[in-house]
Design a binder for this molecule. Structure first.
Ligand code: NAD
Length: 478
């Protein structure tokens, strides 16, 4: 098969077909092949890290190279290396107990974890490497082949990813296609053996509809409005600092970014002041600040700014950190807009912010917060800042979210030894850790019968004797 970047639907369909044939031909995928494929992805990121971070900087219109290394290159490498160094014991067959009396007659049973085949992986623009290579780590550990589709919103990055994959991989093992929503539609209409989609909830629904036509299982890594609770027992300065640092990361363009922050009414002004102080310390200036990530394009900037202006018109107070200064139109770095107590009808109370703005909402009782969170779609993450163990447990037990951090934000997503994924509107399925391996494996039960078959002797086969019914009835026990 020729090594080339594929950008047509026919090319994609042909590659997938060839991957599936290669998968069937190859049979069992041993440890050495899995390790070699994961290592190739590691080597790809090492070899191409410089052009990749340059491309991300250019695509965003400002994204510090050290940040791209930390978030995307090292984040992906960490997933790949963890999978490479841990998958072997996950592959082992697991003996299971056959039912009586067959267990006593020498029956055996086990579960074998087999690769599903070819996994399609669609990435986003905000973490353009991580959303491809982190799920790839789990998919390859499970012995699958894969086809990647980077996001067209970061076209230079997508091009470098495509060139790197074509350079480093046998396309029958890992291939790549480029394109936008049309290619996404076509991609999710293919008979993959599993699809991982990272993106918005709205597109996630279309992906699941398309996949349903071929009964393709999906992992949906979606977004949402991750709620953040600052309890009365929290150290306010620490909470504001950690929330501010999270909002500063990728200019808030992260799926697990704090979105609505609930603060006790009497602490609200102190919290806002501390959050402003934190942001001002991190970014003393905005235009041209090389440490600050820009909003990826004018459309997303207009989207975030429209939420803030809509909230202002609806009566919310907005504070900026640091104070805004006039910028030329090409500059898309922005201060953090802190939108204080917008009415529930404001757009910003419903749309995922995904940018340099945050809502701060006062509360009187923690149960109001729990009720508000539960009245909304299930979020990808929930954050609780505070030292009251009872209240912390109450929040954990009375809410549901993809993951949780206590006294921090976003850190749970960096854990390799635990599943990362959403629930409800924030997605389904997960990658990372053994759970990620299981996600991309078929758990296949094998029952091996003993030589002796007791059914005839025990009167369990037709023609039934008179005792058969009585024997069965005797077994209907509580
Ligand atoms: P998006 O849904 O617009 O696009 C994501 C990908 O889907 C892109 O590659 C795009 O080309 C493709 N696509 C677009 N239309 C499609 C269609 N009809 N069918 C199939 N594919 C299609 O999302 P985005 O703007 O790139 O990313 C932002 C969203 O992603 C936010 O909601 C964010 O929370 C979420 N996100 C989630 C995670 C996570 O791990 N859960 C990580 C990053 C981002």
């Amino acid at each position: 098969m020729t090594k080339q970047i594929i950008s047509t639907v026919a090319g994609l369909a042909g590659l997938l077909e060839q991957q599936k044939q290669a998968f069937d031909r190859a049979g069992a995928v041993g440890m050495a092949d899995r390790r070699r494929r994961i290592q190739t992805a590691v080597d790809l990121l090492v070899k191409y890290h410089k052009p990749l971070v340059e491309a991300m900087d250019a695509d965003f219109g400002g994204r510090p190279r050290g940040y791209s290394l930390m978030n995307d290159v090292i984040g992906s490498l960490t997933s790949l290396k963890y999978a490479r160094d841990h998958f072997e014991p996950w592959m082992a067959n697991e003996p299971r107990a056959p039912f009586p009396p067959y267990d006593q007659f020498g029956a055996q049973a086990w579960v074998m974890y087999q690769p599903k085949g070819s996994v399609g992986i669609i990435g986003t623009w905000n973490a353009p490497l991580f959303t491809l290579f982190s799920p790839l780590a789990s998919a390859l550990a499970a012995g699958n082949r894969a086809i990647l589709k980077p996001s067209e919103v970061v076209p230079r990055t997508a091009q470098v990813v495509a060139e790197a994959v074509v350079d480093m991989f046998d396309p029958l093992e890992v291939g790549v296609v480029t394109g936008g929503p049309d290619m996404g539609e076509a991609f999710t209409s293919q008979p993959f053996d599993h699809i991982v989609f990272t993106g918005s909830t709205q597109v996630g629904k279309a992906v699941m509809r398309n996949a349903a036509d071929n009964l393709v299982p999906v992992t949906l890594e979606l977004g949402g409005k991750s709620p953040t609770i600052v309890a009365r027992s929290a150290d306010l300065a620490t909470a504001a600092f950690r929330i501010g640092v999270a909002k500063a990361s990728n200019a808030g363009q992260l799926c697990v970014n704090p979105d609505i922050v609930y603060v006790a009414r009497e602490q609200l002004e102190d919290f806002v002041a501390a959050l402003k102080r934190t942001f001002g310390e991190l970014f003393p200036s905005v235009p041209g600040n090389p440490d600050m990530v820009a909003v990826v394009n004018p459309r997303h900037l207009a989207r975030v700014e429209s939420y803030v202006s809509d909230a202002t018109q609806a009566g919310a107070r907005v504070e900026c950190a640091p104070a805004p200064v006039a910028t030329d139109t090409a500059e898309r770095r922005r201060p953090l807009s802190i939108v204080i107590d917008p009415p529930s009808t404001a757009k910003i109370m419903h749309e995922e912010i995904f940018g340099p703005a945050v809502v701060v909402k006062p509360y009187d009782q923690i149960d109001e917060v729990i009720t508000d969170i539960n009245s909304r779609p299930r979020p990808l993450a929930l954050y609780y800042f505070g030292e009251d163990a009872g209240e912390q447990q109450r929040v954990l037990e009375h809410t549901l979210s993809g993951g949780v951090c206590i006294n921090e934000a976003m850190f749970h997503a960096a854990m390799e030894d635990a599943p990362f994924g959403g629930v409800g509107a924030s997605g389904m399925g997960h990658y990372h850790g053994r759970e990620g391996f299981l996600e991309f494996s078929h758990a296949r039960t094998v029952f091996k019968a003993p030589a002796y078959d007791p059914r005839r002797e025990w009167g369990l086969l037709p023609p039934y004797s008179e005792q058969f019914l009585a024997m069965m009835e005797a077994q209907v026990t509580p």
